[in-house]
Design a protein around this ligand. Structure first.
Ligand SMILES: CC(C)(COP(=O)(O)OP(=O)(O)OC[C@H]1O[C@@H](n2cnc3c(N)ncnc32)[C@H](O)[C@@H]1OP(=O)(O)O)[C@@H](O)C(=O)NCCC(=O)NCCS
Length: 209
C-alpha cells in the first residue's frame, strides 16, 4: 500500500500514505506559510512525517476535485483551511501518515500501532465504565484510545480530557462504528459516531461532526 484513498461521500475523502521523502517540486503545492513551517522542522523524520501528511491532504482533496487551500495551525494545534473552506484532520504513526477532508463539517482522524503496553495505561485515559466493557486486549484498548483521539481532534480544543470528558458507549472488538460523546465541557452533549478499521497492526479511526 503506497497510498490508500477512500472517497467517503461526495463531500469527504481520506488518504493514507507510507511516509516517504519528497522533492521540493513535489511539495510545490504548499502555501508559502507551510513551506516556511516545513523549513523550520530540523529533524529529518519529522520533516518526512509532516510532508507526507500534507501530500495525503492533497490526495484527498484531488479525489474530490477541491483545490489545495493551504492550512495553518490554530492556537489549539488544529489545522484550519486558509481560505475558510472545508475541514481537515491528520495523523502520523510509525511509517504512515494520513489525512481526512470534509467540505462542510469538522472531522477528526487518528492512526495508532497496536502495542501491548496500552493495557498498562488504561486507567489514565479510560473511565471505569469503559474499563468494565473492554476486554483485556491491546486491539480493543487501542480502538478505544484511537476513537477518543478522533473525537478530540474533531472538537479541536485543548483541555478536553480523554478520561473525564470523552465517554464511549460499549462496543465489541470487531466493531466498525464506535459511539461516543463529550461531557462536562462547553462541548457537552455532542454525540459522535467514529468509524474504525483494523489495517494489520494499525488502527484507523475517523469521525465527522
Ligand atoms: C495533540 C494530539 C491530538 C496529537 O495526537 P498524536 O496521536 O500524538 O499524533 P497524531 O500524529 O495522531 O496527530 C498529530 C496531528 O494532530 C493535529 N492536532 C494537534 N492538536 C490538535 C487539536 N487540538 N485538534 C485537532 N487536531 C490537532 C495536528 O495536525 C498534528 O499534526 P501536525 O503536527 O503534522 O500538524 C494528542 O496528542 C493530544 O494532545 N491529545 C489530548 C491530550 C490527552 O488527553 N491525552 C491523553 C491523556 S492520557
Amino acid at each position: 500500500m503506497q497510498t490508500k484513498i477512500e472517497k467517503i461521500d461526495s463531500s469527504s475523502a481520506l488518504a493514507i500514505k507510507i511516509i516517504d521523502d519528497y522533492s521540493e517540486e513535489e511539495l510545490d503545492f504548499l502555501s508559502f506559510r507551510e513551506k516556511l513551517a516545513l523549513a523550520n522542522i530540523s529533524h529529518p523524520e519529522k520533516k518526512r512525517e509532516w510532508s507526507t501528511a500534507r501530500v495525503a491532504i492533497k490526495d484527498a482533496l484531488d479525489s474530490l476535485s477541491v483545490p489545495y487551500p493551504g492550512f495553518f495551525k490554530d492556537e489549539h494545534g488544529k489545522s484550519q483551511s486558509m481560505n475558510g473552506t472545508g475541514y481537515v484532520s491528520l495523523s502520523h504513526t510509525q511509517g504512515y501518515a494520513g489525512a481526512i477532508f470534509h467540505r462542510e463539517y469538522p472531522v477528526g482522524m487518528d492512526m495508532d500501532f497496536v502495542r501491548e503496553k496500552i493495557l498498562k495505561i488504561g486507567k489514565r485515559f479510560l473511565d471505569p465504565d469503559e474499563l468494565d466493557f473492554l476486554e483485556n486486549d491491546p486491539v480493543h484498548f487501542t480502538l478505544a484510545w484511537s476513537a477518543k483521539e478522533s473525537i478530540f481532534k474533531c472538537q479541536g480544543k485543548k483541555g478536553v480530557s480523554f478520561r473525564d470528558n470523552i465517554l464511549l458507549e460499549p462496543f465489541e472488538k470487531g466493531s466498525t462504528v464506535i459511539k461516543g460523546k463529550i461531557r462536562g465541557t462547553d462541548y457537552a452533549d455532542h454525540h459522535y459516531q467514529v468509524q474504525a478499521q483494523v489495517l494489520g497492526d494499525v488502527i484507523l479511526t475517523y469521525t465527522i461532526w
